[in-house]
Every structure is written in structure tokens, then in C-alpha cells.
Design a protein. Structure first.
Length: 407
């Protein structure tokens, strides 16, 4: 499916970052009419790859300059992410309210929201209430679910929260297109579907990385190793992590990080152990979730080196001709924070197909489904948040939705 630049399928991308969401939506047939982000390196990257319809600004009613069929975006996730220390009251968390308020004001026919799984339990569920309360009151029919990007063709186990909504019509949630391998429980789900791509498949065809930047393709160069990192990496077998190394070789922050996740209900040392730190990846499975720190933590499955910036971009489904700007650290952060373009394409194509089919009118202000996990159990805080959401807004639960979970 493709559209000319005059396509009526218009979208505004808020908090656009490097442009992974816009790139995927463009491939799905949408026309980007405006993108906004406050980060200089993000805007420079977006402009050089996707065009001039990008504004460097803080997002507000004053900076959204036009109407569109779809408003999409993912408010900055660092305030929610378990990859960093969570902080109640983090100013970035309130941007969820800004996002929802702008949708309610401009009333596009559809919206698309993406965020990290920590969004579900942030501040005891307050940010879910910000999003759902505002948009249900504005008349949107909404699905909110946690998904694994690996089920949508991304070569990476990336758990994310996706919300989609329709104004005056009821969207359906996009179905997975493949089953994932290599994560507890993942291989049991959607087994009637073909397997998704592995890390080895995603990196196939890349040349040997250069020793110095910028590399060919851009970003494909090795990070120099200290003597201690070289020692650590040489000892790691496929699938092993820092916990498999002698204590003297573990990072000093390793044990401290093991205990940081207690208060918000995510895994503690008794429920999953310390974070992996260094990890030698498995070639025959989807990669673990790419973060801004991946090029300093993820070890190539067959070579004694970290992943390159370009390999991280490949695993986020950016094409090789997509160039990133800023310092190496800024580029890694842009890639780690991005929406995988393939995930955006699958979800965007689903929404556009339904909209072009002229869906029947439907009353608004309904939570069509709220599925915060596919696991059989929940952490105590997630259970409380789930009960709160169903009490306030209703919404189908996993047991109410017919999904081929363990076929």
C-alpha cells in the first residue's frame, strides 16, 4: 500500500525522537504532516532522514500547527522505565497528560500511543488514569495492551504498551504476525504463526565493522574495549551474563542495581535475580530489548566485542541508509528510545485499513480492552492497577478476549 504526498491519511507524530514511528507509519501509507520533539539530535536525525516537517520545541497546543486523521506518539519513557531509576513526580511523566489533552482538543479520528511496560505501574497507575480518563471522556473507544514486539516481526523481545483509539468508531487491535522464541512463556504463545526473525537473521549481510567511526554503513564500528571488558567478554559463552562471571569481574554497580526494583513491584533479587549487566546474545533467537546502553552491554554472539550502533539500529528495524546524528552516546539513546519502525508499520497499516473501510459509527467513551500482561500471574502492584482500571473504566480482560495464546 502506498500513497502520494497528497494522501488524506495524515498523521502528527508527537515526541517523534529519531523517527522510528514516523518511518513505519510512512511505510504503512500515512503522510506525516508534522513531527515534534525537543531534543536537538533527534530533530536533526529526523530532518535528515524523513524531511522538514519536524519542529524542535516543547510540545503544547501552541506547537501543534495542523489537524490530522491520526495523532501518534510516545511521551518520553525515562520516568517509567525499569532500565533507569524510576522517580515519582518526574516531569516527563506529566507529558502523558499533555499527549492525551492534545488529542482531546484536536479530535483526530484515531490515536496511537506507545510506551514502556513500566508505564502500567508508574505512580500507582496514575499515568494510565491520565491517559484513559482524558481520552474516554473525549469520546474515544480504546484498546490498551502490553505486547511483545517480537510477535510483530521485530527481531527483539521488546515489551511495550500500545493503546489505540477511534473517535466515532471502534477499532480492533492488530493481531500478531509471528511467534517469538527465547523468553519464558513467549514460545507458548501464537504457535500457529510462523517464527519471527532471529538476531542472526537481522544482522545478516553486514560487513566486518571498522575500528573507527563512522563505519560502513554509518555506525558500524567497534567500541574499544578496556582490558577488563576484554577479559569479561572472552569468558562469556552464548547466553551467559555477568552473573556467570567471577565476582571480581562483575561491575561495582551490579549488586546495587539488583535491589533497585523492589518498590514498584517489578522483579527483585528473589524474582529473577540481578540485571544481566553484560550479556552474550543468542544468535538463534530474537535479541533482548535494545536500550541506549545496549552497545556497552550486549556482546555479539560470535565475536568478542559489543554490538555496534548499526547492529542496534538493525535490531530496531531501521534500514542501513537511515543515518543518526549527534555523539555516539546520543545516537545510541535515540536508537534505544525509538519505536521499531516495523512495529509502527504493522500497527499503522492495521489502523489505516480499518479507517479506509469506512467503519460503522459507534458510540464513544468505551474501554474496549485492557490487557496489561499475558502472564498467568501479576505482581501485586499490577494487580491493584488492573483492578483500579476496571473499576473506573470497565474494559475487557484477558479472559474476555479470544486470543490464541497457547495453541
Amino acid at each position: 500500500m502506498s500513497f502520494s504526498v497528497s494522501s488524506p491519511a495524515t498523521v502528527i507524530d508527537l515526541f517523534c525522537g529519531a523517527g522510528g514511528l514516523s518511518l513505519g507509519l510512512r511505510h504503512a501509507g500515512w503522510r506525516i504532516v508534522q513531527a515534534i520533539d525537543s531534543d536537538r539530535s533527534a530533530v536533526e536525525t529526523y530532518r535528515n532522514n524523513l524531511g522538514d516537517d519536524v519542529v524542535q520545541a516543547e510540545i503544547s497546543a501552541k506547537t501543534v500547527l495542523c489537524d490530522s486523521l491520526l495523532i501518534a506518539g510516545g511521551p518520553p519513557c525515562q520516568g517509567f522505565s525499569s532500565a533507569g531509576l524510576r522517580k515519582n513526580g518526574d516531569g516527563r511523566n506529566s507529558l502523558v497528560k499533555v499527549f492525551a489533552t492534545l488529542i482531546a482538543r484536536y479530535q483526530p479520528r484515531a490515536f496511537l500511543f506507545e510506551n514502556v511496560e513500566g508505564f502500567l505501574t508508574a505512580e500507582g497507575g496514575a499515568r494510565i488514569v491520565d491517559l484513559l480518563g482524558t481520552l474516554l471522556s473525549a469520546g474515544y473507544n480504546i484498546h490498551l495492551r502490553k505486547i511483545n514486539a517480537a510477535n510483530y516481526g521485530v527481531p527483539q523481545h521488546r515489551k511495550r504498551v500500545i493503546a489505540i483509539g477511534g473517535l466515532g468508531w471502534q477499532p480492533t487491535f492488530p493481531e500478531p504476525i509471528c511467534h517469538a522464541r527465547g523468553m519464558p512463556g513467549a514460545s507458548r504463545s501464537f504457535r500457529h504463526l510462523p517464527p519471527g526473525p532471529s538476531l542472526a537473521e537481522a544482522l545478516r549481510g553486514l560487513p566486518k565493522p571498522s575500528k573507527e567511526p563512522p563505519g560502513v554503513p554509518q555506525g558500524h564500528f567497534e567500541t574499544p574495549l578496556s582490558s577488563v571488558d576484554a577479559d569479561r567478554i572472552s569468558r562469556l559463552e552464548i547466553g551467559q551474563t555477568m552473573r556467570d562471571l567471577p565476582g571480581a569481574l562483575r561491575h561495582k554497580s551490579y549488586q546495587r542495581r539488583a535491589y533497585r526494583r523492589v518498590m514498584d513491584g517489578t522483579p527483585t533479587d528473589k524474582r529473577g535475580g540481578a540485571p544481566a549487566g553484560l550479556r552474550r546474545l543468542r544468535p538463534d533467537e530474537p535479541c533482548k530489548a535494545i536500550t541506549g546502553a545496549a552497545r556497552n552491554e550486549f556482546v555479539h554472539p560470535l565475536k568478542d566485542r559489543f554490538l555496534t550502533i548499526r547492529e542496534c539500529a538493525r535490531l530496531q528495524t531501521f534500514p542501513d541508509d537511515f543515518e543518526f546524528f549527534g555523539s555516539s552516546t546520543e545516537q545510541s539513546t535515540l536508537i534505544g528510545n525509538a519505536v521499531p519502525s516495523l512495529l509502527a508499520e504493522v500497527v499503522g497499516a492495521h489502523l489505516l485499513k480499518e479507517l479506509l473501510a469506512e467503519p460503522a459509527r459507534a458510540d464513544g467513551g468505551k474501554l474496549l480492552s485492557f490487557i496489561p500482561t499475558m502472564a498467568e500471574g501479576m505482581s501485586p502492584i499490577l494487580a491493584r492497577v488492573t483492578q483500579q482500571v476496571h473499576t473506573l473504566f470497565g474494559g475487557a480482560s484477558p479472559s474476555d478476549v479470544q486470543l490464541p495464546l497457547w495453541v
